[in-house]
Design a protein around this ligand. Structure first.
Ligand SMILES: [Zn+2]
Length: 296
């Protein structure tokens, strides 16, 4: 596919489709570890042209002359079972957004890292926004950026519990245009929600790596991706039972009763950083294809 962003191929940045990070480390010899870790840190910190937080207002103004698209990572802060990080659902889309942003030189907004997670409040450390609050956060974020001329909003999501609420927020945003209640200077907007795990490459890889142990919450795929991004946070925990129970989700008390250690249908003890590296590449490739179709 031809990139709609001609500057994406310039010599200083990685070519479209090029792997950004090399993994696994050469553990046997120990060589290359430091370099690879530094490369990863550099990648995740990103370049000032990719991260909105590291850009100046003049750079954003210049960027808007080239393109009006922006990636907004959105996640959650919630328990992820016995070996999963509470930030999993924010860490994953943030890393994938960063990779996508670097491939196509698209700006990445600050991560909305608290989402709709009321059903996880039975576990220490989980934080939720009510659906109405999250809708307001999404709407105000979009409207702020639209005020400057952004009109293509690509929400890279890490949490299934956000989908209904974020989709409803998009409907509210469109209703503002349709009903004529949007700000006068607001352009016609398009918003898209993409879950980092939903593409064909990630789906095939998860199936191949974990099969029926993938489950639906605190999955080995998402835990592996966070272990790749934060190898210092890897935890080794035995799971009892090996594969967690499945079932419906209601409120927090009911959730804890059904899923006592927080997992649903998964065995995240299978999560390995080196597999996280493969999932990271697959997720960027899937998201890049979807993003390009969105802005075409
Ligand atoms: Zn998750």
């Amino acid at each position: 596919m031809v990139s709609p962003f001609p500057w994406a191929m310039k010599a200083s940045g990685p070519a479209v489709g090029a792997p950004v990070v090399r993994w696994p480390l050469d553990k046997a010899s120990g060589t290359g570890c430091l370099l690879t870790r530094l490369e990863l840190a550099t990648t995740l910190k990103g370049s000032p042209t990719v991260r909105l937080q590291l850009a100046t207002w003049q750079e954003v103004e210049a960027y808007l002359k080239r393109t009006t698209a922006i990636v907004v990572p959105i996640g959650s802060t919630e328990q992820h079972g016995p070996n999963g990080l509470i930030g999993t659902d924010a860490i994953c889309p943030e890393a994938v957004a960063q990779g996508l942003g670097e491939r196509l030189e698209v700006l990445v907004a600050p991560t909305i890292s608290v989402g709709m997670a009321q059903h996880h409040l039975g576990f220490a450390g989980s934080v939720t926004l009510k659906p109405s609050t999250l809708m307001a956060v999404v709407r105000d974020t979009v409207n702020s950026l639209a005020h400057h001329g952004f009109d293509r909003f690509y929400f890279l999501n890490g949490h299934g519990g956000n989908i209904a609420t974020v989709s409803a927020a998009f409907s509210e945003i469109y209703a503002e245009s349709s009903l004529g209640t949007a700000g006068r200077n607001r352009p016609a907007l398009r918003c898209r929600l993409w879950n980092w795990w939903q593409g064909p490459k990630v789906g095939a890889l998860s199936k191949q790596l974990y099969g029926a142990s993938e489950g639906s919450h605190a999955t080995p795929a998402e835990v592996a991706l966070t272990y790749f991004v934060y190898p210092e946070a890897v935890k080794s925990v035995e799971m009892h039972p090996e594969i967690a129970p499945l079932g419906p989700i209601y409120d927090a008390e009911d959730y804890r009763r059904r899923f006592p250690d927080g997992r649903i249908g998964s065995n995240p003890a299978l999560a390995k950083a080196e597999d996280g590296a493969k999932l990271y590449e697959a997720a960027i490739t899937d998201a890049t294809a979807d993003f390009q179709a969105f802005v075409a």
